[in-house]
Design a protein around this ligand. Structure first.
Ligand SMILES: *Cc1c(COP(=O)(O)O)cnc(C)c1O
Length: 393
């Protein structure tokens, strides 16, 4: 059966060129990069090259890149590290309601440990405004953390303006750029940010490796304690193959960024046109597809009236198609998606929401196949639905 993967925001396949560069680090170049003999130096050279490649992709210096075990660790490290370092200066942190759980749950942890967190509202498309941030800034605000690109609805936040507001108010600025890297241009100097989190497996690299950019001159408390790796700032023997793969994936992402963006946004716009043409009662969540660079080029988040997103997901799976619903209903919360809730989508509509995220291996034939399957599935589910056509949707 045909397989169509449309969940690139969850993870991406590892490119063959990337795997090829990783493999020798399991077999021949197995030295510990901290060792001083030739075998160690060989590994160290691979580590340095990868660091340089990631730095180049975000216009940073190699010495500002610190490898971690994932994007989640980078997010945890920066929030806890800044909180611990600056707790005598202030105990107020600002973030948004639509962040990834790696940020939100770390903020909840910090709230239990004497910090106060303000969760900024967004507008109906998920944008955090500089004005809203300005109003929330206080004398004791030590850190502002706003994501660069939202993972559910694709909103590209005005990071440059937000970072400027944080700076003017005397706070440091962090951005979770996991969904941004490789999908939109990212330039830490141009944006004026202090910290940035990234992850390899969202850019066609391996799982289990990420990095935190820490602007030169800034020091925050360590998160991992142990050896002197990563310039004594992140202990633990490096995931060499993973890091080398991350470096290669970053190099390829930088080289192909323009065509990647064009490929994705072209297919995405075609996909949405076809859905609108074939299926009634659909609503796009997040920024309009106006190509102004304010939405992730490969993200479509759609609510289907009268039916459950999870039923669509399972029926698409039977056609070999992989998608995701807003976010699975967690036992802790009554709303299926904190992001859709923040932008004002009703719970009924939220339950009928599916996220499609396109990637480099997506083709027009894939989209045609998915539209065909989706049309049949939605028709079938609406025939079965007791609420089809009822008011209140
Ligand atoms: C995937 C993701 C993360 C977590 O990265 P991992 O490497 O999977 O831990 C953090 N933030 C955002 C926005 C993400 O999409």
């Amino acid at each position: 059966m045909k397989q169509v993967y449309l969940d690139y925001a969850a993870t991406t396949p590892v490119r063959e060129e990337v795997v090829k560069e990783m493999l020798p680090y399991y077999t021949e170049i197995y030295g510990n990069p901290s060792s001083l003999y030739t075998k160690g130096l060989e590994a160290k050279a691979g580590l340095d090259e990868a660091r340089g490649r990631i730095a180049a992709l975000i216009n940073a210096e190699p010495g500002e890149i610190f490898f971690t075990s994932c994007g989640t660790e980078a997010d945890n490290w920066v929030l806890e590290g800044v909180a611990d370092s600056l707790k005598d200066k202030g105990r107020h942190i600002i973030t948004s309601r639509i962040e990834h759980h790696a940020i939100l749950h770390t903020c909840e942890y910090l709230e239990k440990h004497g910090f106060e967190v303000t969760y900024l509202d967004t507008d109906g498309e998920g944008f955090v405004s500089a004005d809203t941030l300005k109003k929330a800034m206080r004398d004791d605000t030590i850190l502002v953390s706003i994501m660069m690109v939202n993972n559910e609805i694709g909103t590209v936040e005005p990071i440059k303006e937000l970072a400027a507001v944080a700076k003017a108010g005397g706070a440091l600025f962090h951005t979770d750029a996991v969904q941004a890297l490789g999908n939109i241009p990212v330039d830490v100097k141009e944006l004026g940010i202090d910290f940035l989190s990234v992850s390899a497996h969202k850019i066609y690299g391996p799982k289990g490796v990420g990095a935190l950019y820490i602007r030169k001159g800034l020091r925050i408390s360590n998160f991992m304690h142990g050896g002197a790796q990563e310039n004594k700032r992140r202990a633990g023997t490096e995931n060499m193959a993973g890091i080398v793969g991350f470096g290669k994936a970053a190099e390829l992402a930088g080289r192909h960024l323009a065509e990647h963006m064009e490929h994705l946004s072209g297919l995405r716009d075609y996909f949405w046109q076809q859905i609108q043409k074939n299926i009634s009662g659909v609503q796009l969540n997040g920024p309009a597809l106006d190509k102004s660079g304010r939405r992730h080029p490969g993200n479509l988040n759609i609510s289907f009236d009268y039916i459950e997103g999870e039923a669509i997901l399972l029926m698409l799976d039977a056609y070999g198609i992989s998608v995701s619903t807003g976010s699975a209903c967690s036992s802790k919360s009554l709303v299926p998606s904190h992001v859709l809730d923040a932008i004002g989508v009703s719970i009924t509509k939220m339950n009928g929401t599916v996220r499609f995220t396109l990637g480099d291996f997506t083709t027009k034939e894939d989209i045609d196949y998915v539209v065909d399957a989706l049309t049949k599935i939605v028709d079938r589910l609406r025939e079965l639905s007791p609420v089809t056509g009822q008011e209140g949707w």
